[in-house]
Design a protein around this ligand. Structure first.
Ligand code: NZQ
Ligand code: ZN
Length: 389
């Protein structure tokens, strides 16, 4: 087993009504809060009302940054930093999905940097400190509620990049599955595909990873393929929503990365789809993952694929390649059952001439060609994009 350090410092309050923990969690870090939220879903669902009532009743001052976009923009991060500096904010409280939490994370580090926040996104070494974050999650998808990443877009530069730093783990996160009952079917499906993608990035490494991590990967994937289609059809199915919410956090909180390796090739390729076609992240992941799995199926990854087939779908057979391909087809069927299309054309791509540029940016900016046996060349990435056109 490879050496590793595992440290997830996020306190989780999981379950119905756990919003009541909000004042206590916030007060550990201060009494001046910036509430960060998106386009208004939290007002329609009543979560906003609950949160501000609790803050007010407990003598916590709050001001707001609303309008965080899906695929949050650096311009919104800049606005948040200004408010924090002006109001001397002590704690950030994002209420929403990954976009809102990621925006708060970028604000949290941007407050301590005198230059433009985009510098930090492109050069994480500029981070010196961060405001504490107490998040309230409303979509099961990215795992941002329990991880140390933030993904920010820059429309002006047609770019999307990550901040990764231990200091970004939220201090506390409130996970109430009933908050996700109102997530639309498409967003639910995209969220499930995103959870699966976080596992797939590690699943086919060909490494001898610890059994506990392997079993956890299977457990998360089984939750997704079973409860994903249920949650799409029955939005208020509490059991499905609860299992998916907890799976989302565990897919990416660092546990399965222990003793394992990934260069995150599929995410690097998906970010180019967001830049180019503004697709929802999880939908883009479903398209890329399906095509990438077909591309990387080889002697090196075969045992991982047959394990996946057996553990997640109960498929066994004499011909391991056929078993692996059947598992890939089953994976596609799960995406399609949830309503996700699997071609680039279906998300608005109309010019295959975009492919060379996307392939080059994904490979060179994310170092995909320097990932040992997992490496992808620009030509590999182009083939993957072409195969899902
Ligand atoms: O903006 P509002 O009005 O809140 O509506 C949102 C948004 O339109 C809506 N929504 C959220 N909760 C809802 C709801 N609608 C009804 N009821 C609710 N309870 O859902 C839409 C999507 O929200 P968003 O936050 O964008 O979704 P998601 O959680 O999938 O986040 C996607 C972003 O996270 C990044 C992605 O790249 C993308 O920018 N990622 C972040 C990661 C991380 N921090 O570790 C890892 C991921 O791989 C991913 O890259
Ligand atoms: Zn993702």
């Amino acid at each position: 087993m490879e050496n590793f350090i595992y440290n997830v410092p996020t306190k989780i309050a999981f379950g119905k009504g756990q919003i009541r923990m909000l004042p206590e969690f916030v007060k550990e870090y201060g009494k001046k809060v910036l509430l960060v939220y998106g386009g208004g879903s939290i007002k329609r669902t009543g979560i906003y009302g609950e949160a501000v009532k609790l803050l007010s009743e407990n003598g916590i001052f709050y001001t707001e940054l609303s309008g965080v976009e899906p695929n949050p923009q650096i311009a919104t991060v800049r606005k948040g930093i200004e408010i924090c500096k002006k109001e001397q904010i002590e704690v950030l409280v994002p209420i929403g999905g990954g976009s809102t939490i990621d925006c708060a994370k970028a604000i949290a580090v941007g407050v301590f940097y005198d230059g433009d926040a985009w510098d930090i996104v492109k050069n994480n070494e500029l981070i010196t400190d961060a405001l504490p974050i107490v998040s309230v999650l409303t979509v099961a998808a990215t795992g941002s509620e329990m991880d140390s990443s933030s993904v920010i877009s820059n429309a002006a530069e047609c770019d999307k990049a990550e901040i990764n730093a231990d200091i970004l783990y939220p201090k506390c996160s409130i996970l109430d599955p009933s908050y996700t009952f109102t997530v639309p079917a498409y967003q639910t499906a995209a969220g499930v595909a995103d959870i699966m993608s976080h596992i797939f990035e590690y699943y086919f490494s060909g490494m001898d990873i610890p059994d506990i991590q392997k079993d956890m990967m299977d457990a998360v994937l089984k939750v997704c393929v079973h409860y994903g289609p249920i949650a799409v059809k029955e939005p208020d199915n509490e059991k499905a929503r609860a299992n998916l919410m907890w799976a989302a956090s565990w897919a990416i909180n660092g546990f399965i990365a222990c003793g394992n390796f990934s260069s995150w090739p599929c995410h690097a390729m998906e970010y180019q789809l967001t830049n180019q076609y503004h697709v929802t992240h999880g939908h883009g992941m479903a398209i890329i993952d399906a095509a990438w799995m077909e591309h990387i199926l080889s002697e090196r990854t075969l045992a991982d694929f047959t394990r996946y087939a057996d553990a997640v779908f109960g498929i066994t057979g004499k011909d391991p390649y056929e078993t692996a391909r059947t598992a890939i087809e089953k994976t596609k069927a799960v995406y399609e059952e949830m309503g996700l299309t699997l071609t680039l054309r279906s998300i608005g791509a109309s010019d295959p001439g975009d492919i060379p540029k996307m392939a080059e940016k994904a490979v060179t900016e994310f170092g995909l060609d320097d990932a040992g046996e997992m490496s992808l060349t620009i030509s590999d990435a182009a083939q993957i994009y072409e195969s899902c056109y």
